[in-house]
Design a protein around this ligand. Sequence first.
Ligand code: FES
Ligand code: FE
Length: 282
Amino acid sequence: RCPHRGVPLALGRQEFPGTWSCWYHGWTYDLADGTMVACLTDGPDSPLCGKVRVKTYPVEERLGLVWLFVGDGQAPPVERDIPSELLSQPNSRAGRITVRPGNWRLAAENGFDEGHAKFLHRNSLWTLLRRMPAFSRTHVEPTEGDWITRKTTAVGMEEIDYPGLGTWPKRDWWRQRGGAPVCSIRLPGCLRIAYPGWTHYEWYVASDADHHRYVQLAAKFTVGLSAWWFKMRYWTYIRWIFHGLFNDEDAVMVETMDIPPERLYRPDVSIIAWRKLCERPR
Ligand code: FES
Ligand code: FE
């Protein structure tokens, strides 16, 4: 934030090479070391010049995104934190970035949460034609590229008898499409949902304790006409129905859930596996 009146410097613009000017009153900082080199709206003889400084961070650009290192010490190679297939295989990508209320770890846990899609997303437009099981049994395995992946071992589909209550869920005739996507998660807070034909990625980047930057990316590993066609699909419906409506259902949960205390159930093996990964010494 700008030390003057606390406006986020991300809102600024560039007036001179190698500098960045705050959007509000034009305090202008050297990009290399964060020193304020001009107070544009106080004239060239501003007494504050050189006396104010903001912290700077190393950045790299990959996949059309700017990757920022906020840790201490030397930044590790950015490639270590990016799913390797996105860097090594040609792909067609599109996505969006929003700031959502809620702690990043709750967002990550929601992403990898095994049980919620079957209930929370059951009536979403995105899943309208998809057969949704009542429950499944899962375990979590390490998979290539530093991921952990949910593996389904058994599924209970529809019209399951819940003793004393009746059957659930109804078998809706219009739901025909089957086949669950493959869901994986890895540090630093990156989720991957592999659908047949294309893949959704999302990153949860902590802004503060109660907000995170939610980066959504849809990618298809292809080139040429098929790459162009995927972008068309993204902009005509995937963005609005999946990245919008569907993931907004998750956003409400991440914002409103309040833990601890919590009482976990069998499908939460996914959440426990992710927590173990986070706490693993490295
Ligand atoms: Fe940044 Fe005033 S708040 S220049
Ligand atoms: Fe979800």
